[in-house]
Design a protein around this ligand. Structure first.
Ligand code: CAA
Length: 248
């Protein structure tokens, strides 16, 4: 039996490009993977696709901006699959536009989805991880939190907030066998990036020294490394994985 089989992983926002790749990689590495999704239509399509590809990954519908609903989802997962050992906070959206024209709604929705969700999900799993003296929290942030990006005040604020969360929680739980880390992808070939206007996207790709968008599986590989038992001395770190677009 694969030694990872004893660990349960929850990946939020599993139906997106990164979420899907992370679920698949961790499943192939032998973890018990469960996914979270929001839209029923996307969840149904995703389920059918995973079954066709022989991935046995149960998924749970829940709006991660809703603290109470997340609590109920976690209890259900604990009852049906087991306690969550590894949480990948991946759910995220963009509502891009210049700050001087940004509505409160577009600010709030991005903060709720990309940052409050991290509190909502982590708060409901952290005490069980502490009790078991083992856990991994992996927060998927962005290069645009590290450097800023025209049109992304809401997104950059939320994603930068994630790493402040990572560093502080890492200190609080370091002695309990729980690590907390941030992964900051650059521009990856997902629907989110492909939604950027083509001329804007072309200029962005020109600014990436490696000369291409990243692959979702390249991010999943790093997440898998951080999820492993062997990564136990890494905590509070922020991994840049952006093709050389931003170095610091
Ligand atoms: N720097 C400076 N000025 C810029 C600019 C830039 N990068 N981009 C646009 N502008 C200027 C234009 O020159 C124009 O100026 P004038 O009005 O003086 O002519 C003005 O801004 C146009 O602004 P508008 O408000 O009319 O906006 P727009 O319709 O042109 O689009 C935008 C604005 C939606 C933000 C668009 O620029 C865009 O999509 N940018 C890319 C944003 C981006 O990278 N998003 C990442 C999404 S993927 C992701 O988030 C994943 C991840 O983690 C990396």
């Amino acid at each position: 039996m694969d030694k990872n089989n004893k660990y349960v992983v929850l990946v939020t926002g599993c139906t997106g490009g990164l979420g899907t790749a992370i679920c698949k990689k961790l499943y192939l590495d032998g973890y018990k993977v469960v996914g979270n999704y929001l839209s029923k239509a996307k969840g149904d399509t995703w389920n059918a696709q995973m079954q066709e590809e022989n991935f046995d990954i149960p998924i749970y519908q829940c709006d991660v901006t809703d603290f109470e609903a997340v609590g109920k989802m976690i209890v259900k997962i604990e009852e049906e699959v087991g306690g969550i050992d590894i949480l990948v906070n991946n759910a995220a959206i963009t509502k891009d536009g210049q700050f001087r024209k940004m509505t409160y709604e577009r600010w709030d929705l991005v903060l709720q989805t990309n940052l409050y969700s991290v509190f909502n999900c982590t708060r409901h799993v952290i005490n069980q991880m502490i009790e078991r003296q083992y856990g991994r929290i992996i927060n998927i942030s962005s290069v645009n939190a590290q450097r800023g990006q025209f049109g992304q005040v809401n997104y950059a604020a939320a994603k930068a907030g994630m790493h402040g969360f990572t560093k502080t929680l890492a200190i609080e739980v370091a002695s309990r066998g729980v690590t907390v880390n941030t992964v900051s992808p650059g521009y990856i070939a997902t629907d989110m990036v492909l939604a950027i206007a083509e001329d804007v996207r072309r200029k962005i790709i020109e600014s990436i020294p490696i000369g291409r968008l990243g692959g979702t599986e390249e991010i999943a590989y790093l997440v898998s490394f951080l999820a492993s038992e062997q990564a136990s001395f890494i905590t509070g770190a922020n991994y840049a994985i952006n093709g050389g677009q931003h170095m610091f």
